[in-house]
Design a binder for this molecule. Structure first.
Ligand code: 28G
Length: 654
């Protein structure tokens, strides 16, 4: 190695050493909280809450109080032992200072058998400190009250001091996120509400009290029946078949130094074509499932088939598929996995990869379900009938598809609505379907589009809410049947995303509350009947610009803007003497403008739709079902923002 390289290497090594851990976090916040959007912002709260939850889970205190303050800060308080304040020998500093400013690699500082999947224990508080304008801790411990404060990303402002006596014990943390780091610093009631509710379901012994000083709202979550209440809330507006089943057990495996704990709650519903499997490993959601879900599914399929065969309901040759059994099933699976065998498939930790768990779950579900079915024969018979009906429907759909493919039934192009302006290309994956609010915007979109690969389907009025109607009624609706025909990939259990005639389905509405409502109604339809479109990331929302900036009296050259930031940039670009138009709807743009601002791949903005928070989905459904229009409007405003990522619609994609 050349000397100069050696010198450089030494220099970097030294630099890394000098760079404090707090600065490291500020340089690469994404590494610690995922992103600096709304999701990352809320992570700051979760990290602090996690520490309080750990203390409570260890048996110290059973309430956690979370308050969203008026100044944009958050307070979190627990009733535990209080963060230690004694002097840490190696450094001569109070322990609390180390805890809030060092990233001591997870585990070292922790004596816990079950690490969170995030593996961030003990690191979280430092991350929150590093990314805050201020972080203030008050400790109530052994008769005394202590206080310490950092500012500007963890710079010690007020050293630890005893400020009084107390009879209470616990920790109170208050912090305000740093505006220079995050794209938004507004905490959302719904996001915090859903997160704490989810934790309350999973933890079952802890009371969470959430208050919002900005609005005066408050709520307490405490679910002593845990997952059972979780499933009950997910199925609240559905038509259940039988009761909620709950099983729990714990098993030792040779490779692990602690038992694996397993818990399941499940219930089937009629008139629902999706399977709603929600799984957790160490209380962290595993969006893509993995070992535990695999075991669960195998045990479930085995139990239903074995019971049906043993009781003469099915012959050996008539076995039902896992898919048929899971149609309409809501299940929450929660496993606690000892740290030494906790593994994930990838960096994102969305898929569990602990092989030991699969046979355990398989056996656990099989044994418990076989027992339950035997004890509840009438239910078991209904269930087997339901599964057989699903199988028949699936086979009929497959046969119809095959017949169409073999030319026995001519695919009738005339069925496809004359409202559709189709794309010329047959490269389906690259094609885009714009579902456009209103005939007039639809007209502009038709003439402005790139005919090669963009198709336009105008929608008249508001689509029906598919939560409150049956599949039969939905299919009779002209708008939905047109969408189904246009996409050409089936519907409900028969839907196959691989057959979609479009790689992207783009919902294009006005940027107002009516537009937002139309978006939700369409998303509700896709969620209920074409869920894989959403889980495969094929559904998008178009973002028309909110402003146009131009030289006064000269609209020949317009610079578009989507939010305050791009508006400032647009003003600067146009220069002195600018004028601003605020766009209220798609209809205000002509065909060229609509294409260039909202449809052109090079310049448009799209939001990719993810609906992965089951509680958000459930909440959405109850709001949509309700007749209270003002509540609905409020929910839309809380949960859908244009050009800003949030819990419902995440990830800005160009
Ligand atoms: C309010 C919001 C967030 C916390 C505690 C309590 C202790 C603690 C926290 O110790 C260092 C690591 C394991 C011993 C532990 C107090 C033992 C005895 C604690 C919180 C030293 C951290 N007394 N409460 N950390 N431990 N609450 N709430 O952060 O070995 S953090």
């Amino acid at each position: 190695m050349a000397d100069i390289e050696k010198a450089e290497e030494l220099y970097t090594a030294k630099n890394i050493e000098v760079l404090s851990e707090l600065e490291g976090v500020r340089k690469r916040p994404g590494m610690y909280i995922g992103a600096t959007n709304a999701s990352g912002l809320h992570h700051l709260i979760w990290e602090i809450v996690d520490n309080g939850v750990d203390e409570a889970a260890n048996g110290y205190g059973d309430h956690i109080y979370v308050t969203l303050n008026k100044d944009g800060s958050v307070s979190v308080e627990d009733e535990g032992r209080g963060v230690p304040v004694d002097i840490h020998k190696a450094t001569g500093k109070p322990a609390i200072e180390i805890i809030y400013t060092k990233l001591h690699a997870g585990g070292k500082f922790s004596d816990k058998a079950y690490q969170t999947a995030a593996g961030l224990h003990g690191v979280g508080a430092t991350v929150t400190n590093a990314l805050s304008e201020y972080l203030d801790v008050t400790v109530f411990r052994q008769g005394s009250t202590y206080h310490i404060r950092w500012e500007n990303g963890g710079k010690l402002k007020t050293p630890l001091e005893k400020i009084g006596n107390t009879r209470k014990h616990g920790t109170l943390v208050r912090f305000k996120p740093d505006k220079t780091i995050f794209s938004t610093t507004e905490f959302k009631w719904d996001t915090v509400y859903n997160h704490l509710r989810e934790e309350a379901f999973l933890l079952r012994t802890i009371h969470f009290v959430l208050r919002d000083e900005r609005s005066g709202q408050s709520v307490e979550f405490y679910y002593k029946d845990g997952l059972k209440e979780y499933v009950a809330s997910l199925n609240e507006h559905k038509n259940p078949l039988g009761d909620i089943l709950t099983f729990s057990d714990s098993k030792n495996v040779k490779t692990a130094n602690n038992p694996i704990r397993m818990e399941v709650a499940m219930q089937w519903c009629n008139q629902d074509y999706n399977d709603n499997l929600i799984s957790y490993a160490n209380n962290v959601r595993t969006h893509d499932g993995g070992s535990h879900e695999t075991g669960f599914k195998a045990g479930l399929t085995r139990a239903v088939n074995d019971w049906a065969i043993q009781n003469g309901l099915l012959k050996e040759t008539q076995k039902v598929d896992g898919n048929d059994i899971r149609e309409g099933l809501t299940a929450v699976i929660s496993v606690q996995i000892p740290e030494n065998i906790l593994q994930y498939e990838s960096q994102t930790k969305a898929k569990l990869d602990t092989a030991e768990v699969t046979p355990l779950l398989n056996d656990f579900v099989y044994t418990n379900l076989m027992y339950f079915l035997t004890e509840h024969k009438a239910f078991a018979i209904d269930l087997v009938k339901k599964c057989s009906a699903s199988k028949q429907a699936r086979e009929a759909a497959r046969k119809a598809k095959e017949a169409a493919r073999n030319g026995k039934v001519k695919k009738n192009d005339a069925v496809i609505s004359d409202k559709l302006a189709a794309a010329q290309s047959k490269d389906y994956a690259n094609n885009e379907l714009f579902i456009v609010e209103g005939d007039s915007a639809g007209g502009s979109a038709k003439s402005g589009r790139d005919r090669m690969y963009q198709a336009i389907l105008p929608l008249r009025g508001k689509p029906l809410n598919t939560d409150s109607i049956t599949m039969e009624r939905m299919k009779q609706n002209v708008e939905f049947s047109t969408i189904i025909q246009t996409i050409g990939a089936g519907v409900g259990a028969d839907f196959d995303p691989a057959e979609s005639h479009y790689g992207k389905i783009i919902i294009m509405t006005d940027a107002d509350t009516d537009g937002a409502h139309i978006q939700i109604l369409l998303l509700t339809f896709f969620y209920n009947y074409m869920k894989p479109l959403i889980t495969n990331g094929m559904v998008y929302i178009a973002c028309p610009p909110l402003y146009g900036v131009y030289k006064k009296n000269d609209k020949s050259h317009i610079v578009y803007a989507w939010d305050d930031k791009t508006l400032e940039e647009a003003k600067a670009k146009v220069g002195p003497g600018y004028a601003i138009s605020r766009y209220k709807g798609l209809g205000e743009m002509n065909a060229d403008q609509l294409f260039n601002t909202t449809m052109n791949k090079k310049t448009r903005r799209l939001l990719q739709v993810h609906i992965d928070d089951p509680l958000v989905v459930e909440n959405r459904i109850s709001v949509l079902m309700g007749s209270d229009a003002s509540k609905r409007r409020e929910w839309i405003e809380q949960n859908i923002q244009f050009n800003v990522e949030d819990s419902f619609i995440k990830e800005v994609k160009k």
